[in-house]
Write a protein that binds this ligand. Structure first.
Ligand code: ADP
Ligand code: ZN
Ligand code: MG
Length: 493
């Protein structure tokens, strides 16, 4: 029997507010333990929560960016459970009247059917993209819990309530995801959208994005879902992908062996590459949800929602479509550029400075990102701003620099902070396009490489590389590569 996986993700993102969800305590981290606390977030009897308007605004903004139906009326509920990081012994969340109802995320999934790499010559790649629409069930507001500290404490544990009460948006997906790869792509798309909407940093390392994965398998052709397992402790998108893969295999094996799946919460053990059982899964009724009497239900004016909608920026997929339509970029370039808002903005700035779109895209996605990566720099702190990068690219376009030379110049721009023109002048780096000079170097190269010449004449195209290399050495890398090739072929032809 063949089995297919069914996957739904629950993602928590921390909303970028100054203060907590129901009190004025700072929502920032790095403070000394328990400094950012007050009677409200410590759950003292008699204290009263007040909804943070900014958190509500960000939640609506996120909902709109995720194409959700924003609620007309909403309410907060108490989710009861006992745990030392939860001083009230209940978490204020939203049960049946969440701020955001149904929505969706369109995910562009790459289907590679060729090399798929971006070549410097700007050749279009042979990748294809398909759009998969993943439904959002709801996206509701809730407060975060505190943090237990076990490390370095011999006797017992410590608790830090600074994080307690910080606003979270829980985004619940429909069980629409069908593979680990698709889960990965969904998370990436979700993160990109939320970053564009400027509602959260979505930094998994800092805990401002957390993901639980629900996984079940069912026989192919069966409509009814199988019993699901929830996986926690997933600290990177790669871990989400690996844990789901493991869980699919484990459940499939169990069913094939005639066992049944127990509904439970499992934890991912990354070094071991496996999940293990943490507890049997509780159902909603175990939490004894009830409306928080301190926070009465309220109505959201449609004008408020529409006013927020007007402030939403262009979203990633719209931007990618515009890059294709306005600049004639291939899908691969457009989708890759918009994955990071700042990279897409950098690209547009370079194009606006007068460089051809495809040249800009190639150079940003390959050379610029590579240098930034080796220097461990984010694009917004690049010492080479878009205008300066554009001037470098224009030196290629007007024939002053070869691609190879431009790469070297880019490295020097990063190291010295000087602009391309200055470096070119200082180093005398102008590409040699003087035919007679190149001819001389080519003649010398032919004389010095008789074997390569022979091989080339015998039909081995590759042999040309050695001769070209010689010419480049002769001219300190300044010979115009195209001219060199032409002259060489003419002489050998
Ligand atoms: P619970 O009551 O256990 O929280 P929900 O119905 O609220 O379950 O769903 C939680 C998450 O699990 C959602 O993302 C949903 O898409 C997903 N899910 C629900 N049923 C299944 C299933 N049978 N297999 C995989 N995922 C599922
Ligand atoms: Zn507080
Ligand atoms: Mg649920």
């Amino acid at each position: 029997m063949n089995f297919e996986p069914v996957i739904g993700l629950e993602v928590h993102v921390q909303l970028k507010t100054k203060s907590k969800l129901f009190c004025p305590c700072p929502a920032t981290f790095g403070e000394e333990g328990n400094r950012n606390t007050c009677p409200v977030c410590l759950g003292w009897p008699g204290s009263l929560p007040v909804v943070n308007e900014e958190a509500l605004r960000l939640a609506i903004r996120a909902g709109l960016a995720l194409q959700c139906q924003v609620a007309e009326r909403l309410k907060f509920d108490r989710k009861n459970y006992f745990y030392p990081d939860l001083p009230k012994a209940y978490q204020i969340s939203q049960y049946d009247m969440p701020v955001n109802g149904r929505g969706y995320v369109d995910v562009e999934t790459k289907i590679a059917n060729g090399t798929g790499s971006l070549s410097e010559s700007g050749a279009t790649t042979s990748e294809q993209f398909v759009t998969r629409r993943i439904g959002i069930t709801r996206a509701h507001l809730e407060e975060d819990a505190g943090k237990l500290i076990h490390e370095g404490i011999a006797d017992g544990s410590l608790v830090d309530y600074n994080r307690g009460g910080v606003p979270l948006l829980e985004i619940v997906s429909e069980p629409d995801i069908r593979s680990p790869q698709e889960a990965y792509d969904y998370l990436k798309a979700l993160k990109t959208i939320l970053q564009y909407a400027e509602v959260s940093d979505c930094d998994m390392e800092k805990g401002s994005l957390r993901c639980d994965a629900n996984v079940s398998v069912r026989p192919v052709g069966q409509e009814k879902f199988g019993t699901k397992v929830e996986i926690k402790n997933l600290n990177s998108f790669k871990m989400v992908e690996r844990a789901i893969q493991y869980e699919i295999e484990r459940q499939t094996r169990a069913l094939e062996d005639g066992e049944s799946i127990v509904q439970e919460t499992r934890l991912w053990d990354d070094p071991k590459g496996m999940t293990y059982s943490m507890r049997s899964k509780e159902d909603a009724h175990d939490y004894r949800y009830f409306p928080d009497p301190d926070l009465v239900p309220f109505t959201l004016a449609r004008e408020t929602v529409e006013a927020i909608r007007k402030t939403l920026p262009e979203l990633p997929l719209d931007r990618a479509k515009r890059f294709m339509a306005d600049y004639g970029l291939p899908e691969y370039d457009a989708y890759t550029l918009v994955e990071d808002k700042r990279i897409s903005e950098y690209f547009e700035d370079v194009v606006k400075a007068g460089v051809a779109a495809k040249t800009s895209s190639n150079w940003i996605l390959t050379e610029l990102l590579a240098v930034l990566n080796t220097k461990n720099l984010a694009i917004e702190s690049s010492p080479v701003p878009p205008e300066s990068f554009a001037r470098l690219l224009r030196l290629i376009e007007d024939g002053t620099l070869s691609g190879k030379m431009a790469k070297d110049v880019l490295g020097m721009m990063f190291d010295t902070g000087k602009d391309a023109e200055t470096i070119v002048k200082e180093k005398g780096l102008v590409q040699v396009s003087d035919t007679s000079l190149i001819e001389k170097a080519v003649e010398k190269a032919i004389a010095a490489n008789p074997r390569a010449v022979e091989e080339f004449k015998a039909g081995k195209q590759k042999a040309l590389g050695a001769i070209v290399g010689f010419v480049m050495k002769e001219t300190q890398g300044k010979a115009n590569p195209q001219l060199t090739n032409e002259i060489l072929r003419r002489k050998l032809g």
